[in-house]
Design a protein around this ligand. Structure first.
Ligand code: CA
Length: 246
């Protein structure tokens, strides 16, 4: 499918008459940082310590849900246990400790270039992450200094994790943008589902083991192999995403 056909389809299913992209809603893990391999490793360690059988691949599929949601679901299905909010909070603390012990995840190759290219084009970069880790949020400010707007949505702001569209709807609300003004950059199927449900033009990047077809199935409008490929495509993409009302 050509880019023009992709955009024509997007306009048709959203009912938008015009498009003028002025904000990019950008996910963190698997987009800004190559951190999912560490997260999945930490999740498996937590589950195994609690006698719950699992594989790392399962956690790539669950990426985007909140930590509490993942813990409650896995303990229920894997051990028949009902976990309270307090217990989930404590277990998430243990998982975070395991994650930190693995060291700092590298910045995703191409991520800085994506943000710079968007900013140069006059697009507002808005961070949308389910993370509540203050250390990570501080690291983003340092690693991507000057590239993000002050408007952001973190785990402190949202109650429902992805695939619920709440994180993106909240970001649009805070940034005072409508869905025909926003692109979303996501790597995970549940994140793509959430962005699609929010009505934004959704860009998938296959930075982990999840195949391209799974991101399209989740509702991605277009998928790039990695952040470098996306960075190179941004100028022509933004031009194509400028549709004036007939
Ligand atoms: Ca992600």
């Amino acid at each position: 499918m050509t880019l023009q056909q992709t955009i024509a389809e997007y306009l048709e299913y959203t009912g938008h008459k015009s498009l003028d992209i002025s904000a990019a809603l950008i996910d963190c893990d698997g987009v800004l940082y190559d951190s999912m391999k560490y997260h999945t490793q930490a999740w498996v360690k937590l589950m195994k310590k609690n006698g719950i059988k699992c594989t790392r691949d399962e956690f790539y599929e669950l990426e985007g849900m909140t930590g509490s949601e993942i813990i409650k679901m896995k303990f229920k299905t894997g051990a028949g246990k009902n976990i309270t909010d307090d217990e989930a909070h404590a277990l998430y603390g243990v998982k975070t400790r395991y994650f930190m012990e693995l060291g700092e995840a590298p910045i995703m190759p191409g991520a800085v270039r994506v943000l710079e290219t968007l900013k140069e084009a006059g697009v507002m970069n808005v961070l949308v992450t389910g993370s509540q880790q203050d250390a990570l949020l501080a690291r983003i400010e340092k690693d991507f200094a000057g590239l993000f707007s002050d408007v952001k949505v973190t785990g402190h702001d949202v109650r429902k994790g992805k695939p619920n569209p709440e994180p993106f709807l909240k970001a649009m609300n805070k940034a005072e943008k409508k869905s025909n003004q926003c692109i979303v950059i996501e790597n995970a199927p549940l994140g793509v589902q959430a962005a699609h449900a929010a009505g934004c033009f959704t860009i998938g990047v296959t930075t982990g083991p999840i195949p391209e077809k799974d991101l399209y199935k989740a509702g991605a409008d277009i998928v790039y192999k990695n952040m470098d490929e996306l960075a190179a495509a941004i100028p022509s993409l933004l031009l194509a995403l400028t549709v004036v009302k007939a």
